[in-house]
Design a protein around this ligand. Structure first.
Ligand code: GLU
Length: 437
């Protein structure tokens, strides 16, 4: 005799964004924690687009949310859109009307809330939470325009989709008792709730546009790696054991539990995010970095056709350990690509105080006559010129670096020359002291 098996997943969670804006840091963290919990428990992860507000919902936001989730690697098992389910919400609202649990007001449906009752739930993160119905107004279930109220469609869907754990931001805590009342009225099983701590800016205020609440797309555009952003996001309210900070998603999933999520607000720290990302950039192979950089360099107009990937790989190796983001590569290595290189006036004024036109010219002509333009040969030319002129090499190194790169900091001087190649090196040395037209 075979024993019947219950095939319903033990854990089913959902991320339920409203497409009224881009997926920002807070939403991405909510999605990530849901996704991690589903994977850790061998459960299912649902993506549900809550586009009931037809005025404010936009297809471009929905697309951006989906793209961002895919980029982060948070792939869903099931997908729903609430705008396709209005009949269902109406049906359940009518059922409540028929049962005398709600009443119709024109096209709207309302549920009255009896006063004087405690509504309790055991939040998986915060423990026991109690609200009194004295503080809860009568609830709109369906609006007169035919659309459902957020709380109601959310409850109907969570119940019909067999959601076992509702993991969402702390800003939804006060919606929970209202929703529990709706579960009760509908005769549905109440899921477990886990409310994630708020994310604050480093200034202690709630994360705002001004500080860190920017869209995942923006971080992507800034040149953060998906792996780096995901690793940073998971540290916002949760930590693997010990003080391990760099952890792959796979290992994090193995260690993840809701019980270990903090109750206290998490702090968004841009410097930390950059540091985490830098660790991932260092781990990424040069070949892969080249592929990630080519589109950015093209977009910036620094590369046209026929990319020399070997040369680009060498440039990447020179800067790889100094990058926080892919974009940093443009700031630091942009001088290598610049065909119309022109020393910035303020840089000239600050760093090329002493006119060294003749010294630069001597060096330029010697370099120009080299057949083999490599580190050893350029260094030898430089040492010979320094000896001939009877100057300290330090006196020349600094202005030369500035003349070649527009910056006073950078990788080794001869590596820089070799990366630039003979023609650009010579041309930049020759034009350094020419007053711009
Ligand atoms: N659509 C809601 C929001 O964007 C999500 C509500 C929930 O997770 O229950 O905030």
């Amino acid at each position: 005799m075979s024993i019947p098996v219950n095939t319903a997943p033990v854990v089913k969670v959902r991320f339920a964004p409203s497409p009224t804006g881009y997926l920002h840091i807070g939403g991405a963290r909510t999605a990530l924690f849901n996704w991690m919990y589903a994977r850790a428990q061998g459960g299912k992860f649902v993506l549900r687009i809550e586009d009931t507000d037809q005025e404010r919902s936009r297809p471009e936001y929905e697309k951006e949310i989906l793209d961002s989730m895919e980029w982060l690697g948070l792939i869903w098992d099931e997908f729903y859109k609430q705008s396709e389910r209005f009949d269902l919400y109406r049906e359940y609202a009518e059922k409540l009307v028929a049962e005398g649990k709600a009443l119709r007001d024109g096209n709207a449906v309302l549920m009255s809330v009896a006063k004087g009752r405690d509504i309790k739930f055991d939040d998986q993160i915060r423990g026991l939470i109690v609200f009194n119905t004295d503080d809860i107004k009568d609830q709109v279930l369906m609006k007169s325009d035919g659309s459902p109220a957020y709380s109601f469609s959310c409850v109907v869907d969570d119940a019909l989709m067999n959601i076992t754990h509702v993991i969402r931001g702390e800003d939804h805590i006060s919606n929970t008792p209202k929703q529990i009342l709706m579960y009760e009225a509908l005769g549905f099983k109440v899921p477990k709730f886990a409310h994630l701590p708020l994310i604050m800016g480093t200034d202690g205020a709630r994360l705002s546009k001004r500080f860190g609440a920017v869209a995942v797309t923006d971080y992507r555009g800034e040149g953060f790696l998906a792996e780096g952003l995901v690793n940073y996001l998971m540290l916002l309210g949760w930590a693997p054991s010990g003080d391990q900070e760099i952890i792959s998603l796979k290992n994090a999933v193995a260690k993840f539990s809701i019980k270990k999520i903090n109750k206290t607000a998490a702090q968004f720290n841009m410097e930390k995010l950059k540091w985490v990302n830098a660790q991932y950039l260092k781990q990424t192979s040069t070949v892969n970095l080249v592929e990630l950089l080519v589109p950015i360099l093209k977009q910036e107009g620094l590369l046209t056709e026929g990319v020399d990937r070997i040369w680009l790989g060498k440039a990447v190796d020179l800067f790889k350990t100094r990058l926080n983001t892919l974009r940093d590569f443009i700031d630091r290595a942009g001088f290598l690509f610049d065909e119309q290189f022109r020393l910035a006036d303020d840089v000239r004024v600050e760093h090329l105080k002493k006119n060294m036109f003749s010294e630069f010219e001597l060096l330029a002509s010697r370099l120009n006559s080299l057949d083999m333009f490599d580190i050893a040969s350029t260094e030898k030319v430089f040492r010979d010129v320094v000896a001939e002129l009877g100057v300290q090499s330090a006196e020349l190194v600094h202005p030369i670096r500035v003349a070649l790169t527009n910056s006073s900091v950078g990788p080794g001087l001869f590596e820089t020359m070799v990366m630039l190649g003979k023609d650009k090196t010579v041309a930049r040395l020759r034009s350094a002291f020419l007053t711009p037209a």
